[in-house]
Design a protein around this ligand. Structure first.
Ligand code: PMP
Length: 400
């Protein structure tokens, strides 16, 4: 039956981890994968999560199916975290929210909904570059993909002029995917002032702002600060769509907790939208998983666990920020050619180093350091034990 099936290409990000695992060197470092690591390079399960697991274990609740849209309490708490307790559309009960299989599942639900019901062009504009899975998710959902300029490779910063030009030239009413904070892979975000300009431009062009928020709290350590762009757009009256992931900020990667939501114009419209979101979800996976929603709801719904969690998100963000600063200092002290300011100014887990594909290859071969071909590194892979070796190796690779 399947003799003609061709070998598929390896996933560019997961392929890096495979190469890392095969390398027997004791110096090896994996800065390819986007998952948090503690001071000893180990995965970290948050204490707030462990406590929520204990509470759930004690509760001995049943395992009945959730409704198609998910766990009600979780949806309320998740929306409050994203939109803010004082959000007007939230208070007016006109945000449609459904549980999703983490951020990826949210993207698929949202994009399928657009492909089925959006009156505007079925084209989604993605930043160049963007998270590797975005184009395939959009295409599978039935949307055409175009790009808008985002990253200025020469100056290793935001190409704001190019971005505005491309959004201006896009057909009216296009769908624009925006990373809410900590853009993946570049770590470069618009400033508050730039977000305000973008909001005006997107509104004038009647575009639909489609936010992907995979790093709330994880970027700056402050969940409100990281939600600035999203909340500003909502305040300005944009009927945004939002994909929310709890993979990074709660460290729930494999649990797959997330939501998809959209602001509508009335309670009645919200009900109609929800009825159709259910029809998107039902043939995909019927109903979402129970345990991740219970975990998140237990944490967000308990004042003590919520406070503890805020401290833990800040701890993760601060460790990453500290690593940026140390790496910068070391590269400069080693007189590494080039300007390394971006290492400190970029936001979130990732840094676009500016290393060339040849330098990336050389680092893997001679120093056992693994990163994606585009020179993106996950700062979380660095720690006090390996940062000297890392900085020395990078410096050597750049000097050639
Ligand atoms: N969007 C972006 C920008 C991401 O970086 C990620 C995670 N790498 C996701 C969405 C989705 O991740 P998950 O499905 O694990 O929540």
């Amino acid at each position: 039956f399947w003799s003609a099936v061709p070998q598929g290409p390896a996933d560019p990000i997961l392929g890096v981890t495979d190469a890392f695992k095969r390398d027997p060197s004791k110096h090896k470092i994996n800065v390819g994968v986007g998952a948090y690591r503690d001071e000893d390079g180990k995965p970290w399960v948050l204490d707030s999560v462990r406590k929520a697991e204990d509470i759930l274990h004690e509760q001995r609740s049943d395992k009945e199916y959730l409704p198609i849209t998910g766990l009600a309490n979780f949806l309320t708490l998740a929306a409050k975290l994203a939109y803010g307790a004082d959000s007007k559309p939230l208070a007016e009960n006109r945000i449609a929210v459904v549980q999703s299989i983490s951020g990826t599942g949210a993207l698929r639900i949202g994009m399928e909904f657009v492909a089925s019901f959006y009156k505007g062009p079925h084209t989604i504009f993605l930043p160049d570059p963007t998270w590797g899975a975005h184009p395939a998710i959009a295409e599978k959902a039935g949307l055409a993909v175009k790009r808008y300029r985002y990253f200025d490779r020469k100056n290793i910063g935001l190409d704001f002029i190019g971005m505005k030009e491309d959004l201006q030239n896009a057909d009216e009413g296009s769908v624009i995917l925006l990373h809410a904070c900590a853009q993946n892979p570049t770590g470069v975000d618009p400033t508050k002032e730039q977000w305000k300009e973008l909001s005006d431009l997107i509104k004038a062009k009647k575009h639909l702002a489609f936010f992907d928020m995979a790093y709330q709290g994880f970027a700056s350590g402050d969940v409100d600060r990281d939600a600035f762009a999203l909340r500003y757009f909502v305040e300005q009256g944009h009927q945004i769509m939002l994909c929310q992931s709890f993979a990074k900020n709660l460290g729930l990667y494999g649990e797959r907790a997330g939501t998809f939501s959209m602001v509508t114009s009335s309670v009645e419209e919200k009900e109609r939208v929800l009825s159709q979101l259910k029809r998107v979800i039902r043939p995909l996976y019927s109903s979402p998983p129970l345990h991740p929603a219970q975990l998140v709801a237990t944490i967000l719904g308990s004042p003590e666990l919520y406070t503890e969690w805020l401290g833990e998100v800040k701890k993760m963000a601060d460790r990453i920020i500290a690593m940026r600063s140390t790496l910068y200092d070391k590269l400069v002290a080693l007189e590494t050619p080039g300007n390394w300011d971006h290492i400190k100014s970029q936001i979130g887990m990732f840094s676009f180093t500016g290393l060339t594909p040849e330098q990336v290859d050389a680092l893997a071969k001679s120093a056992h350091i693994y990163m994606t071909k585009d020179g993106r590194i996950s700062m979380a892979g660095l720690n006090e034990h390996n940062i000297d070796y890392f900085a020395n190796s990078v410096s050597k690779a750049v000097k050639g």
